[in-house]
Design a protein around this ligand. Structure first.
Ligand SMILES: Cc1cc2nc3c(=O)[nH]c(=O)nc-3n(C[C@H](O)[C@H](O)[C@H](O)COP(=O)(O)O)c2cc1C
Length: 177
């Protein structure tokens, strides 16, 4: 069982902290784990060439997206995490989402989970959470759960024991075959 976390924050902050707790939970149940920080990768926006989608040809963009796609294809479960930016996911997460157009159907049946965090109230963060949930559903993944939180400064979310517990539990759920 391999669980991969995809982090859409440009900083080492709350999203990464939540994802790390999800991975801790998965590891405690014996899963192999990997954290992918999109901010460490070069992932350009989709150019709508659509070679990836409508033909057998590959996406002409030469960046790190193929590497991230291979990690997702090899995973049994994937947790997606993003900070709430204007009631949406971050720009780097949205670029990543758009670039998965060419693998529609290939993530089908894999387990999925989401974590999202914003500085305002949970109602605001819900819009960001919904983007991640609908993304996973669009890929016909099996959504096992989602955790959202409020926190502003990097790492502040770690003070929220309830959220951290929920993240650990989510990781355990992801790691069941
Ligand atoms: C460009 C930008 C836009 C943001 N927009 C919102 C927002 O609309 N709602 C909100 O609750 N927080 C918003 N925030 C705050 C972040 O979501 C919050 O600080 C979060 O904890 C960041 O997560 P991170 O530490 O993983 O980067 C915004 C932050 C930035 C930098």
């Amino acid at each position: 069982m391999k669980v991969v976390a995809i982090c859409g924050s440009p900083r080492k902050g709350n999203t990464e902290a939540m994802l790390k707790r999800v991975l801790d939970g998965a590891k405690s149940k014996g899963a192999a784990i990997e954290l992918v920080n999109l901010s460490d990768k070069k992932i350009e926006p989709c150019r709508a060439v659509c070679d990836c989608f409508e033909t057998e040809r590959k996406c002409p963009i030469e960046d790190d997206m193929a590497e991230v796609i291979n990690k997702m294809l090899a995973a049994d479960a994937i947790v997606f995490g993003s900070p709430d930016y204007f009631k949406n996911v971050s720009g780097i997460m949205k670029n990543f989402i758009d670039r998965t157009n060419g693998i529609c159907g290939k993530l089908k049946g894999k387990k999925a989970a989401a974590v999202s965090v914003g500085a305002q109230d949970l109602q605001n963060v819900q819009f960001c959470e919904n983007v991640l949930i609908e993304f996973a559903k669009g890929h016909e993944m099996k959504l096992v759960g989602s955790v959202k939180a409020t926190a502003e400064k990097a790492g502040e979310v770690l003070k929220n024991k309830e959220v951290i517990k929920k993240c650990l539990e989510l990781g355990k759920k992801l790691s069941f075959p």
